[in-house]
Design a binder for this molecule. Structure first.
Ligand SMILES: N[C@H](CCC[C@H](N)C(=O)O)C(=O)O
Length: 274
């Protein structure tokens, strides 16, 4: 029997379990079971709270296929709301240890069901494990052929590996077909998250993300952050930009070296998983 809470960030939904007293739980197996939309509680991922010896607290995140992701933007906003509202951390700014490194959190507003939270997503890295080593600019605007069609992709590591491509009309893209073809492309030994972007203007981008180990989601925080970085780099969009996702809007600020993501986190329910 497990006590759980369910939260979402713009429709990217997560099951959160306090694992600070767990010792040998197989979270990969648990994620596959508990995230199942019919046979489990249902969610895009499983988030585990752990003690940290380096920072204030530690977050583990598992995809629905059981793989452990280094970071999760929408997930860390939900995690932050949980630890703040359950008095695990009695302060409105703190640092979360993740596999992608420390993430600075600031609770901007939290007075009930929904909270607004800012996360410092760190710096975008152009080289890293699972990312092909390109020129000094990294893997930017590379032409590959997908489904017999030449496309241009850019891949960066913002805690998670994200591949970004730009389309003229998002509504005409078969994300369910093209997404997995790029996710599992030979270029990416560790697979990749895939972000389909349509630039509206210098301050607004429409985005749909096909997530590694999950599939198409209503929102992706690290995907929004990576898309903002690449869009500024290639299409000279503004440093302060709004990403319009199927589940709602998220603000990304890339004016400093670090990328700041600000968005909502909402509790859905609490319960006991048998
Ligand atoms: N939904 C998450 C991304 C999870 C990334 C995960 N699918 C991976 O394997 O990298 C977000 O809001 O950033």
């Amino acid at each position: 029997m497990l006590n759980f809470s369910k939260y979402h960030g713009l429709g990217n939904d997560f099951i959160i379990i306090d694992g600070r007293s767990d010792n040998n739980e197989d979270y990969s197996k648990l994620a596959k079971e508990i995230c199942h939309r019919n046979l489990g509680i249902g969610g895009d991922g499983l988030i585990i709270i752990k003690e940290s010896h380096k920072n204030d607290i530690r977050m583990q995140i598992f995809n629905i296929d059981g793989s452990e992701a280094p970071m999760c933007g929408n997930g860390i906003r939900c995690f932050a709301k949980y630890v703040y509202e359950n008095d695990i951390l009695c302060k409105d700014s703190f640092i979360v240890e993740t596999l992608a490194g420390p993430v600075k959190i600031r609770i901007i507003k939290s007075d009930g069901k929904e909270s607004i939270i800012q996360a410092n997503m760190g710096k975008a890295h152009y080289k890293g494990e699972g990312i092909p080593i390109g020129d000094e600019k990294g893997f930017i605007n590379k032409e590959i052929v997908i489904d017999d069609t030449p496309i241009r992709i850019s891949t960066i590591d913002l805690g998670n590996i994200h591949t970004v491509l730009f389309v003229d009309d998002l509504d005409k893209v078969d994300v369910d077909k093209i997404g997995p073809m790029i996710e599992k492309h030979d270029l990416f030994p560790n697979k990749t998250n895939v972000n389909f972007c349509e630039i509206i203007d210098k301050q607004n981008i429409k985005l749909v993300t096909w997530e590694r180990g999950v599939g198409k989601t209503l929102a992706c925080g690290t995907g929004a952050s990576a898309s903002a970085v690449i869009s500024t780099l290639i299409h000279d969009t503004d440093n302060h930009i709004t990403l319009h996702l199927p589940g709602g809007d998220v603000d990304i600020n890339t004016e400093n070296e670090d990328v700041y993501m600000t968005g909502p986190a909402e509790i859905i329910c609490k319960g006991i998983y048998l």
